[in-house]
Write a protein that binds this ligand. Structure first.
Ligand SMILES: [Zn+2]
Length: 383
């Protein structure tokens, strides 16, 4: 208990700390805490800082995470778009690249795009790559790292993304559902800002598809096989045919692919989330009505999730949420109209504070968790 990794985690959560604060927060003796701090400074993971008073040659009493000791590679892969980035150990994204992709081209093609982007991003980076994380638009079994029956990713069932990307990256590679990474990004940002309720969130990601990530007691809830939060494909009685093959999924009327198809029928030029958002921003009445209506339809499934999970906050993010209040207003309207008062007494329904980078920021946090796991930190200290 309280090895080097645990002490480093205190700095990742709290920022700079004095030796006395480390003793207090870790419960370690002063001697053991000093020993841990020395190991972390020797490995380059902690940076000693001068005390406010002149230290007069005494050992440093203030320390901070050396965020430039390593870099992290991250990718947020959607069904039609991918965003790649390089981040420091604090999870700050230093540089990002965008690419239009087609997820149904399959793992070989899509993951070679990831490898090429990672190669470009590490060129010129001075610190070694210590970890990588990748978000994909489908459920991932966290025990095995394998994709599990993704409803809308043809050719990806059972694919081992960490193993395939691991051929190009000499560091731990982790993978999770895109909406879980958005949820993790939102959670860490809220925790850093001491937002009350940050540990119990339902984060809905609305882009071409619809998914959700659940933060319960401060951790991502995955369920038995990684399928928790798959709100987009809960079928209702009837309704339009979904791209997953079922009828009546929320995604089939409120995902950007469905809204774009509806707008094309009305004579507008729309294919992607960005097209739908652009039409609404230019005041197109059909696009505005479609987004409000989509918000209400998403609200229908959020009502059910709120009844089951009792989150403190529902956060609406994803590309389609870039439309401003239209989508989140529809969700809020339905949730407060139809939920039991027990579930809504202290409930807030808000737009994501992170915007389009939420997935990458969450991936950077997940990569940092893997890169700075207790075992990896011990290895870096012993090296
Ligand atoms: Zn579906």
């Amino acid at each position: 208990m309280s090895g080097h990794g645990d002490v480093l985690t205190l700095f990742r959560r709290n920022g700079r700390l004095t030796r006395a604060q480390v003793v207090e927060l870790s419960g370690l003796s002063r001697v053991t805490a000093t020993h841990r701090l020395e190991g972390l400074v020797r490995s380059g993971l902690l940076r000693p800082e001068a005390d406010d008073r002149t230290t007069g040659g005494r050992p440093a009493a203030v320390f901070d995470l050396a965020e430039d000791r390593g870099t992290l590679l991250v990718a947020d892969i959607g069904s039609s778009h991918a965003r790649y980035g390089i981040a420091d150990l604090s999870g700050r994204v230093l540089r990002a690249l965008d690419e239009d992709i087609t997820i149904d081209d399959g793992p070989d093609k899509v993951l070679s795009g990831v490898a090429a982007a990672f190669d470009e991003l590490v060129t010129g980076a001075s610190a070694p790559v210590l970890g990588a994380a990748i978000g994909v638009p489908g459920p991932v079994d966290q025990r095995t790292g394998l994709l599990v029956s993704p409803p809308t990713m043809r050719g990806w069932d059972g694919i081992d993304v960490p193993a395939l990307v691991g051929r190009h990256v000499d560091a731990p590679v982790v993978v999770d559902k895109d909406a879980n990474l958005v949820a993790l990004g939102v959670h860490r940002a809220m925790r850093a800002a001491s937002v009350p309720g940050a540990d119990d969130l339902l984060v809905v990601k609305v882009g071409m598809g619809i998914g959700a990530g659940i933060i319960s007691r401060g951790a991502v809830l995955h369920g038995a096989r990684g399928g928790a939060g798959d709100l987009g494909h809960i079928p209702h009685d009837d309704g339009p045919r979904c791209r997953c093959g079922q009828r009546g999924c929320a995604e089939a009327s409120a995902g950007a692919w469905a809204i774009a198809a509806h707008l094309r029928e009305l004579g507008h030029d729309a294919r992607t989330s960005a097209d739908v958002v652009a039409l609404a921003r230019h005041g197109n009445a059909d696009a505005i009505e479609a987004l409000r209506s989509a918000g209400r339809r998403i609200g229908d499934v959020v009502v059910e999730a709120v009844g089951v999970l009792n989150p403190a906050m529902v956060v609406v993010g994803g590309d389609l949420a870039e439309s401003g209040d239209l989508l989140v207003d529809g969700v809020r309207e339905r949730v407060f109209e139809r939920s039991h008062p027990l579930a809504t007494t202290d409930l807030e329904v808000i737009a994501s504070p992170l915007g389009a980078d939420a997935g990458l920021l969450g991936a950077a946090q997940m990569a940092a968790d893997a890169a700075l796991s207790p075992a990896r930190v011990e290895a870096l200290v012993d090296a």
